[in-house]
Write a protein that binds this ligand. Sequence first.
Ligand SMILES: Nc1ncnc2c1ncn2[C@@H]1O[C@H](COP(=O)(O)OP(=O)(O)OP(=O)(O)O)[C@@H](O)[C@H]1O
Ligand SMILES: [Mg+2]
Length: 256
Amino acid sequence: MYLELSHLNKRFEDREVVKDLSFGLERGELLCILGSSGCGKTTTLNMIGGFLRPDGGQILLDGEDITDLPPERRPVTTVFQSYGLFPHMTVLQNVTYGLKFQGCPRAEARKKGLRYLEMVGLKDYAAARIHEISGGEQQRVALARALIVEPKLCLLDEPFSNLDAALRVKMRRELKTLQRDLDMTMVFVTHDQEEAMILSDHMAIMREGRLIQYDRPMEIYHHPADAFVARFLGVKDLIWEPDGRLLKVIRDGGAE
Ligand SMILES: Nc1ncnc2c1ncn2[C@@H]1O[C@H](COP(=O)(O)OP(=O)(O)OP(=O)(O)O)[C@@H](O)[C@H]1O
Ligand SMILES: [Mg+2]
């Protein structure tokens, strides 16, 4: 396993929000963490990124225990749910920010920045200030800023939540292509089942701080662990055997 979380716990005051969470992913894989609002997805991502310290458990990256490393010492970038852009810089300056620390010459950084801006459909906005662009545009700037440094591990917290349906589809495609081309490992948080099904190599489904199911998307779709997972994936009805086993899954589309 390239990234391995084992028995992670996190509490805020008396409330346990992540409970004995364990899962992992291989290098070059995209894992989606799927679950309803408040189930602990962002908290989990923040522990992987080093922005929150777990109360218990361990995080291994490429065999190294990174549980206590500060964020800047982890080979990880994060696209935050709240973007975290630099308001005093232009769009292009935001995108190329991380390249400075990689010793990338200015002209090259500019060229690469424009290429990433083109990928997210914002090439014409390079000189704009952050407050001059919309929420969905800011979200795409945050995405370009994280991907441009080609991190070993990229954490994305609902990176398409502010985009309309058409743009979402386009960005999904771009992200998947880039991830494959650069062999990047990604942890992608979403509460959109369809997005998770399309993007992921593996899916981790969480509820109330716990891992409910971890598997390949099609496995989960065809063999949901319980009624909660089935309903969450858009399953309309379940038919049970008298002994309590799941017999049949009726989907929203009608057929099995
Ligand atoms: N800093 C904090 N202090 C106290 N409680 C917190 C803090 N951060 C998160 N929580 C609580 O922990 C729980 C999990 O929060 P988290 O942000 O991880 O949820 P999420 O799955 O990302 O939800 P969403 O889909 O709405 O983004 C929530 O009930 C939240 O209120
Ligand atoms: Mg969240």
